[in-house]
Design a protein around this ligand. Structure first.
Ligand SMILES: C[S@@+](CC[C@H](N)C(=O)[O-])C[C@H]1O[C@@H](n2cnc3c(N)ncnc32)[C@H](O)[C@@H]1O
Length: 504
């Protein structure tokens, strides 16, 4: 059967374990979240106030909780047989040194996943792990302990160097990320990449021509017999320091995803360690940089992400770049298809999945063209906003807001519709959509009808000002039917959505 590209919505550990076969992936790249921007030394953590504050930044993301305990147990019991003795000993050793805190919780979570990734790689496969100096040295130990005893090897520590504004600080500015490259065996796919000769390189070596006109210079040095180095049209062999600018805040590539990586970076990784038709896995795929590049370079791919925004942005990104057809060629997994699975998503207790149901409902209903409001409390029940082009004036386009409120199971009442109307007045929105898992009551329907209709300026078509849409209807294909083609532009125009970006 022909392989279909796959996009999984869910926790990568579960998906790796249940859905991805041994020896099936040519190249895996991961860029796991690591929210703390502060570096601190966990081993010699002293208890001053400043250190506590720094530690807190880390704890905000990773906590030692039941999940961490269960993860530690699975490693020590060699769950699924994927752990090496060395990795088990390493984690036990680290737990003595670090104690059961946030850093160990992070390392346990990474060990569980790296061991599964090692399992799913083909013998010729490669693994790239993207991280930063906060935990890179700990992660290297884990990678060595999992890959090397099973015949794999550490191949490179790639430095991605970029410029950024880092503010006033009493440290050297950090302007690099680290990407570890491992191979599953010593027989791995590798295509040499080239980079342009550097100015200094060209200046230091006067080029000469030999009899058949080829350009070369003499390589000379202490204790070496001079030899000819021929000029290569492709440039010089690429080294392990990659100078690539960060995503520009106003560039076309930008998807509004703060942790988005540049396509150029992924292009180099994918070109070096795979060939056309190979299968690329990104188990933390975010806004889908690796997927978009894999698609462009004619690779097949598997993406996993735990948040619906990611799935939504990827679908939109692929549609924008490759046309609607590309969506039919993707196998989507883990996304509610019926009322039971929608209800199951709404009832998930996992803290990391907070508001996932709301995100899924809003983004699906708008064909992935809305902005999710992460902070429900502050915005009084508003889960999302979409923008429509309402008018084209001589000097500017005028956009109007549509607000979304999602209810997932709790008792709903006409007061909820009035709350939405209140928010619409406050936000100067022209329409409000109430998405609900339960059927609306008669007074709710009456309340929404009494809000009247909104005439869309550009076509004169009338739409209800307040519309109640059930999840059942969304599952049956109901979508926001007001022209939204221009709203993509609004979404990409960063300032319009400032402060409402996706947060991880
Ligand atoms: C740093 S971002 C990746 C950015 C990506 N490289 C890009 O260029 O867009 C990390 C992603 O991992 C996802 N994530 C975090 N924990 C996860 C898990 N357990 N399973 C799957 N995805 C997860 C987050 O939702 C987030 O989208």
């Amino acid at each position: 059967m022909e392989f279909k590209n796959k996009l999984y919505y869910g926790d990568n550990l579960e998906i790796l374990r249940k859905k991805i076969k041994d020896n099936s992936i040519d190249l895996c790249y991961i860029d796991p979240p690591f929210n703390s921007k502060r570096t601190y030394n966990q081993i010699y953590l002293n208890k001053g106030e400043e250190d506590k504050a720094q530690a807190q930044a880390f704890i905000d993301t990773w906590e030692w909780d039941d999940k961490a305990n269960e993860g530690l147990k699975q490693i020590t019991e060699n769950y699924n047989g994927v752990f090496t003795v060395q990795s088990i000993d390493l984690i036990l050793g680290l737990s003595k040194v670090l104690g059961k805190g946030s850093l160990l919780a992070y390392l346990v979570s990474m060990t569980l996943r790296i061991a599964e990734i090692q399992r799913v790689l083909k013998p010729t496969g490669s693994f790239y792990l993207h991280c930063d100096p906060t935990a890179s040295h700990y992660l290297k130990l884990i990678l060595d302990a999992i890959f090397c005893p099973k015949g794999g090897d550490f191949r490179n520590e790639l430095i991605w160097h970029y410029r950024r504004y880092t503010g006033v600080s009493r440290d050297f500015q950090t302007m690099h990320d680290i990407i570890f490259r491992y191979s599953k065996t010593n027989d791995f796919i590798f295509n040499t990449l080239f980079q342009p000769y550097q100015e200094t390189n060209l200046k230091n070596h006067p080029w000469e021509h030999d009899e058949d006109g080829k350009k070369f210079y003499w390589k000379k040095g202490k204790n070496i017999t001079p030899y000819k180095v021929y000029f290569n049209e492709d440039g010089t062999k690429m080294n392990d320091v990659w100078i690539i600018p960060q995503i520009s805040p106003i560039g076309n590539e930008r998807q509004g995803y703060p942790t988005q990586k540049p396509e150029k970076l992924l292009e180099q990784i994918i070109k070096a360690s795979s060939n056309e038709g190979n299968i690329i896995l990104d188990a933390y795929c975010g806004c889908g940089t690796s997927i978009a590049v894999a698609e462009k370079l004619k690779r097949r791919w598997v993406g996993i992400d735990i948040t619906y925004q990611s799935i939504s942005v990827i679908l939109r990104r692929l549609e924008d770049s490759f046309g609607k057809d590309v969506l039919n060629k993707i196998h989507l997994d883990g996304i509610p298809k019926d009322i039971e699975s929608a209800r199951a998503l709404a009832n998930k207790k996992d803290d990391r999945l907070r508001k996932e149901f709301e995100k899924w409902a809003v983004l699906t209903y708008t064909n992935n063209r809305a902005i999710i409001n992460e902070k429900k409390g502050a915005d009084k029940g508003i889960d999302g906003t979409a923008f429509i082009l309402d008018d084209r004036l001589k000097d500017k386009d005028v956009y109007k807001k549509i607000l979304f409120s999602v209810k997932s199971g709790e008792q709903i009442k006409s007061g909820d519709i009035r709350d939405l109307e209140g928010a619409m007045r406050r936000e100067d929105a022209v329409m409000g959509i109430f998405l609900t898992l339960e059927s609306p009551t008669k007074p709710m329907v009456a309340e929404s009808k009494s809000a009247g209709s909104y005439a869309y300026n550009l076509t004169g078509t009338k739409y209800p000002v307040v519309n109640i849409v059930t999840i059942e209807e969304v599952l049956n294909g109901a979508r926001l039917n007001i022209p939204t083609s221009h709203s993509i532009e609004v979404l990409k125009r960063a300032p319009a959505v400032k402060g409402k970006q996706f947060e991880f």
